[in-house]
Ligand binder design. Sequence first.
Ligand code: SF4
Length: 366
Amino acid sequence: MRHAYIAKQRDEHGRKAVAVLPVHYPKELFTALDLLAVEMWGPPGAPVSADAGRVQAYVCAVVRNALAFLASGRADACEAVLFPHTCDSIQGLATLVTDFGGWSKPSFVFQHPRGGPRPSSRAYYLSELGSLADGLAGLAGRPLEPEKLREAVRLHRRIDAARAALLDGRRRLALDDVELYRLLRRGEWLWPEDHLAELEAATARLGPSDVQRGAPVLITGYVPEPGTLFEVLCDAGAFVVADDYAAVGRRVVRPPAALDLADPFHALAELYWAAPPCPTRASDQVGRMRYLAELYRRSGAAGVIVHEQKFCEPELFDVAAVKKTFAGLGAKLLYLEGELETELSGQATTRLEAFVEMIAATARVA
Ligand code: SF4
């Protein structure tokens, strides 16, 4: 499906596709330059080539699968690849793919500043934006026009607003979790205007009162794979009332009311620090725990699921603090770990069902 979509975007709009590794990157630059960003969260399942063996067995499945995928030529519909500096494993992948992984097209890296919005970190972020913009403009074969970038920033704010409306109004939304996550994750590869049209159609299904009747859970973790997790949750009688996945909720920015677009690069810097805290951007852990506690209280969740990828260093670094934070709130918590399987294991399914049964018995009234 993605291949057909990429080909259509190229043939009908002249848009080149760029494969993008997780998690955070300034997508507005791509949109402003008419480049289609196609994110690679693995993909899930077994690695598609033996090249996954070029990295140690204790490296996460996202990186192993991405290396195998890129080396096998299956991403050749893309004209370049972007490696955000999410973790040491992706940084290592950026070298491996070009040195040994058979990738000979352009590759870009994007480093995140560490810490809060100090003058030095702002200057660093602006310089990273500038150098990525130059690289992407070379690929697109045209200069980046400030007005196009302003338009792209506005478009992505509308996307964020629609995503926030769906997530924040989850109880009133007449979609099940399988449908909701399928919709939200299509934003990983659709052209932004196409994604916005689908989101806005879905916001029309937000009713005036609650329609979700199951036990509400807060879910935090890296990426919602396998998608069958939501089928199990739904069948067990629960729904996700609050999302803190790195791939989903942590990328929904609720910007300052008045975003100054006079200099669109500065606006992107504002948005970077307005995003929810995420350990893959080295956010301050204390601030993140405050954010999660508030999300739990506000959402009226009856329990918490922590859903991580095995060997994911940035995420696992926070897990002890996450458990401690929710224990302090008296929240029931289930910890699940996966490796980009395509199906939830029988054991994980049983644990999830038992957890839902337990929280349903004590579900709080929001
Ligand atoms: S799963 Fe974790 S370790 Fe693997 S690429 Fe993502 S952030 Fe890095």
